[in-house]
Design a binder for this molecule. Structure first.
Ligand SMILES: Nc1ncnc2c1ncn2[C@@H]1O[C@H](COP(=O)(O)OP(=O)(O)OP(=O)(O)O)[C@@H](O)[C@H]1O
Ligand SMILES: [Mg+2]
Length: 444
């Protein structure tokens, strides 16, 4: 259903904008830049942490497998052992039992510095060193693992670009001279600097306001589309988990896994009351977090650009079936909504006519973000933009209603199918038991 395919990585066009396209492009010309490392598998086997002096282990024999390139979210109540489990993966906390394997290699006993190459780490309130500049903070791990000066310098610039900060402007600033969201971006840049296949994030967006958090989440999704790291992400926020996770591990006390499954499965089939409690009310609304704008059939409005002759714009306004046009700027970005009569009233001046587009959503935004934008828009629609802010379509109430209906219908069918399978299974078991009455072979 989704239209234009995303740009493949690596990009065939080295001048294409976008960090990874640039990275991929530069590998061809610069021997200093190695190809980006994508994700590695993580296996935890009976991983246990007993803090000295505590009667109970903080983490009790956790086993799980995380696939390469997967984003796995840990959610669970405060104190259940999420951070302890996460920090054992890069041995910021030493396990007291069990094994950790990354891409099959047992890293439980290797030198922790070597491990930092494989595992990046970002935490709440960015954890930047206040006495170091942005560049020094980002350079930390690459320098620690012995990269040359020139390569580190190039990498710092590359990372700043990747997280959407202008290197020229931010390079020399100190963390206190940044907003919370910018600090968080630098934190992510620092975690990714040595190009580790694994990225651990402990409530990285916990301390920023909801709007910034939303942006940072969108950026992480975009980054992950390009980088395919293995990400383990801790959060308190179930909505955040649904939005970001390929799979979610709902943890109870001592990091016991209550359910480890896809967001869809957890929302539609919570394993028990503990998980239902976490999912909370409004599962249908939460479902909107699971679908991206890119996946729905967008509406299309007629567009004109500010360079088009006025006469053409008049003609199009008169001809178009809808009574509205979207005026795009020179770079194809939504600029103004134009209605019939607007141009007349403004005496043919495009500068005065129409209403400025004040809100757009990206193709990576969730339907929930889109709903928010549609609900707060006077005319009940929002323009959707691509990577460079260019117009790609419109989402309105009708688009949303149609997709929600489709989604809920699909969920309902899934649930029915699941129920059917369970019933068949039960029937098979009963039959076996009946046939096996008196005979031992049925137990095999
Ligand atoms: N250094 C320590 N020494 C002793 N006990 C600790 C230590 N660090 C954590 N704990 C205990 O281990 C348990 C798990 O803590 P952890 O920080 O992993 O929880 P969490 O799930 O990350 O919680 P939160 O959501 O509040 O961040 C808690 O009971 C905590 O009190
Ligand atoms: Mg924690």
């Amino acid at each position: 259903m989704s239209e234009t395919p995303e740009r493949p990585v690596p990009s065939p066009d080295p001048r294409a904008p976008g960090a990874v396209a640039d990275q991929a492009g530069s590998t061809a010309t610069s021997p200093a830049a190695p190809a980006a490392a994508s994700g590695a598998t993580i296996e935890l086997e009976n991983l246990t942490k007993r803090y000295p002096g505590s009667a109970e282990p903080a983490v009790d024999s956790v086993s799980m497998e995380i696939k390469a390139g997967e984003t796995v979210i840990f959610v669970g109540p405060s104190g259940c052992g999420k951070s302890t489990t996460l920090k054992m993966i890069n041995r910021l906390i030493e396990p007291t039992g069990g094994r950790i394997r990354i891409d099959g290699e047992d890293v439980t006993d290797i030198d922790p510095v070597k491990l930092r190459r494989k595992v990046g780490y970002a935490i709440q309130s960015s954890g930047l060193f206040p006495h170091m500049t942005v560049a020094q903070n980002i350079a930390l791990v690459p320098r620690m693992v012995g990269w040359g000066k020139a390569r580190v310098k190039e990498r710092v610039e590359e990372m700043l670009e990747l997280v959407g900060l202008d290197p020229g402007e931010f390079h020399g600033r100190y963390p206190r001279q940044l907003s919370g969201g910018q600090q968080q971006r630098v934190g992510v840049a620092r975690a990714l600097a040595a190009d580790p296949p694994v990225l651990l994030m402990d409530e990285p967006f916990g301390a920023v306001d909801p709007i910034t958090r939303d942006h940072l989440q969108d950026e992480l999704i975009r980054l992950q589309h390009e980088l395919h790291k293995t990400i383990v992400f801790v959060t308190h926020d179930f909505d955040e988990a649904i939005k970001l996770g390929d799979r979610i591990a709902v943890l109870r006390e001592r990091s016991h896994i209550a359910q480890f499954d896809t967001p869809e499965a957890i929302l539609t089939n919570p394993a028990d009351d503990f998980v239902s409690g976490f999912v909370g009310a409004g599962a249908a609304l939460k479902r909107l977090n699971l679908t991206r704008v890119r996946d729905v059939e967008m509406a299309d409005v007629p567009t004109v650009t500010i360079d088009d002759p006025l006469q053409d714009i008049f003609t199009k306004l008169r001809a178009s079936g809808t009574n509205e046009l979207l005026l795009l700027d020179k770079r194809g970005r939504p600029y103004k909504w134009l209605r019939r009569g607007d141009l007349m009233r403004a005496k043919g001046s495009l500068a005065r006519a129409g209403t400025l587009v004040h809100d757009t959503v990206t193709r990576d935004a969730t339907l929930r973000d889109a709903l928010e934008a549609v609900l707060t828009d006077n005319a009940g629609r929002v323009a959707v933009t691509g990577r460079r802010g260019e117009y790609t379509g419109v989402v309105d109430m009708e688009t949303l209603m149609n997709s929600v209906h489709e989604m809920l219908e699909a969920d309902r069918l899934d649930a029915l199918e699941h129920q059917h399978e369970l019933e068949e299974q039960r029937a098979r078991l009963t039959r076996k038991e009946q046939e096996g009455d008196g005979g031992g072979e049925a137990k095999a």
